[in-house]
Design a protein. Sequence first.
Lengths: 675, 368
Amino acid sequence: MDFMLSALPALGDAAGMIFQPLVLAYLVLGVLMGLAIGVFPGLGGIAGLSLLLPFMFGMDPILGLALMIGMVAIVPTSDTFTSVLMGIPGSSASQATVLDGFPLARKGQAARALSAAFASSLYGGLVGAAFLTVFILVARPIVLLFRTPELLMITLFGLSMVGVLAGRVVLKGLVAAALGLLVGTIGEGASSGALRMATYDTPYLMDGLKLVIVGLGIFAVPEIVALLRQDRAISDRPTLGGGWLRGVRDWFANIWLSTRCAVIGVIVGVIPGLGGSVVDWIAYGHAVQTTRDKSRFGSGEIRGVIAPESANNAKEGGGLVPTVLFGIPGSGSMAIFIGALGLLGSGDIEVGPSMISTHLDMTYAMVWLLAMANVVGTLLCIGASSWIARLTTVPFALLAPFLFMIIAFAAFQSRQDLMDLVALFSVGLLGILMRRFDWSRPAFLIGFVLANPAETYLNQSMQIAAARFTQGLAEGLHYIFSPIVLVLIVITALSVFFGLRQARAIRSEGDVPGGAKRAPMLFLLAITAYVVAALANAAAIPDFAWRDRVFPMAIAIAALAGCAILIVQMWRAPAGHELFADREIDPSEQNRHGLWETLAWFAGLLVLTSLVGFILALAVFLLLFIRYRAGRSWGFAGLYTAAGIAFICALAWSLNRNFPPGLLQDLVKLPWPLT
Amino acid sequence: MTIMTTRRTALALLAAGTALALAGPAAAELDLSGKTVEWVIPFSETGGSAKWANFYAPFLSEELPGKPTVVVKFMPGAGSTKGANWFQQQSWEDSQGTLIFGSSGSTQFPYLLGDPRVRYEYRDWNVVLASGTGGVAYLPPDLAARMNGLDASPLRDVNFIYGSQGATQLDLVPLLAWEMLGLKVEPVFGIKGRGDGRMMFERGEANIDYQTSSSYLGGVAPLVEAGKAVPMMTWGALDDDGNIVRDPTFPDIPTFKEVCEATPGCETSGDAWAAWKAFFISGFAAQKMVFLPKGAPQEAIDTFTAAFARIKARPDFRKAAANILGEYPQMTGPAARKAFEQAITVPPSAKAYVLDWLKERFGVTLDQ
């Protein structure tokens, strides 16, 4: 209990530091800025913190911390808005929220879903902070127990969530996950730098695709296009049912689920190297596995919102452990946070063990600032949710061009290359087709997110294990099969077993009727062709870089086996079978516009951007879209365009970002923002 | 706030005065008032170069004529060659002082080794600042105890594991040094930064590691105090005659040169040594540099040089720099040009030696 004696005075000191009017004012300022940035999909903590960095130099440490933590803490809360309202994952931490949050919004229950999510976020944040207050004192030795084999097992556990989300035809879900893994290996191999599905002449692919682009492409683009084709508002009810109070009650009714998921969130957050990319899926999987009636998951089950939202805020608190105690950032925003800490005050706060020994008060101040930022931010969000939920009643043709503008801008931030937009469009097309033929998009995304850690940890632990085995069999076995690994293997095996048994009951994409054979078969053949190409490409990697070859080849062979079985099954099954799920023949979709016609609008924006640059292309696109597609007057279209351009310019200017240039910009020198 | 403002004004006046004194009337032609200077870093927001540029940026903003806004822009990709290739396409005529570029050792090595991704030429650019750094290798206490004084040969039967970012990057310097000492070090590739390598060491998976000076001070020095790590050697520092001497930040830790001299079979002359020294100088003595794009006139180079010289002279800079950048030379003018030359020239024999070694040891072929 020794450590408790040192903890109590530090806690008192921390409280003294935090509870000052100026500190609280900075915290609220940070929260407001975080809200303003976090509500836009694809922009989050990294963009916000970069904005604050120039002001951090020499700032009073506690004020700087209040500002930065206020901003970081609120992002996983505020990104819920787009996840629930538009079906667009605001960040990697709220991908799972989309699955049930968006169906609720479409049923006119956006306010309920939002307030349940916010209440869970708040609770998760507080549970996380309480847990950390004690845990941080003993965290260092525990975190060090998680070596490479343990990290690999946690990654595999995350992958096992594919089982729950595989969809009606389990094999299709598994192939989708394998495809995600394969797409995740595109680019330079981590081990020897061999190129996979890329060449030195395609520099864009050398670094692989970025999560923001794949996340937006696979979820956001298909939803936007689908809603546009139906040409109505997001909510199918004219009046919004269920106010914010109902959501809070929903949360309270599921408080134990919320608690469990918060603890899951903290624990996964504490482990360095995984960050937040799996925590929402693990929490979602947990919610599914512990709910008796699973039939509503994917079509608006409130527990599917509460679980990931409880976990993702708690994860931020957990993420402070590797950041503060080891200087290992759990996420991009935490990495900037570490850099900024060195700029504060006289620059003597250096993350590392000293944060427990000499700066414990500062560490506690961070933990509880995080908790308070959650409280402030959540209250603001709940207060606003009934109002913001009304967005779901706006005709979507007016909302879509604005959304598309934002996601194109966010995608462009990943590499500041026109190819970012091409990649977004291409992944978007894949997402549209996967949605149409009922291939599990969550499974694909989980595969993509975990491809890199799975491959790296696999290679590293094999390499280290090989060195251990030279010291003796027992040494090697002891390294690979530590008690933590064994426990994780059992958990993963149970999760796979129950997940696959339940998968058929959970329709993460809703019910899709079976249709004619040709189109689904063609899509399957296209996927097979890519898998074959990836396999051939990986097989050609020279021997010296064999570590970069093994993982993509193994995955491709597994995927190919799955594809082969599916092809045979499709060959023999009659038309209308569930294998041939095709949303195009679903009467509930009520499409008023064709797919290709709708896509042509966006393709037009892309082509025009490559010619005259983003801003000019956007102006033309907005004007014509509002006039012809939305059918408004020229005056309205002009106003809309002006407002849209002004908005995106203000956003880019305040974040110090440029827009994609086109051919025109090569020929003529234009002033910002046309550059 | 008033005190702050007055201090700023005083500093600004001082700076303006020094500017006139140092640079003369010619440099005063470049006026950046109302402009925004973009400082492009070819890495992500999260690395050491970002820390370095973010630290310098507010000072640069105050010391450039006209007090322009200085913003750091990140253009990561392809191990920094993407950003460098982009900078190669920029010209002075288009930017007129509103564009500078920050390179690092990871930009230099691919250039020196003839990486096929490199489409840039350092000699087209104009250096205005060069920052040095150092590095420290360290061991677990039980292995460090096996060393016979400075003689590392008792460690030759140990199977070393080292978390590495890649053999063709800065890790080339430690890997080659250990190889010269005759140690069996197996690099485990795929880590995302040196911090991950240190974690691997702390978890007991890696049993040898190195960190650059500032990371060593922050992350490893506490481990040394706690008895969990022991410094093995530094890479050293260069004196004015180009000799390797003890690193001024770590005067008590022997250099690799000393360890090599004391270890039988390790030579501080000959091809291997020459190659190691050349790459050490390139990678550490001028590890990070600031450039103006090709075609910059002398006045502009002088203006930026004078601005960085004034930053170095500021007392508030010195105090903070010691914490953030370590006690290393921040070079401008002729010193920067000398460091630049050292950074981008390795003798053909050294290059050939390293390319051979990379091929034999790792199967990596770069020069095609």
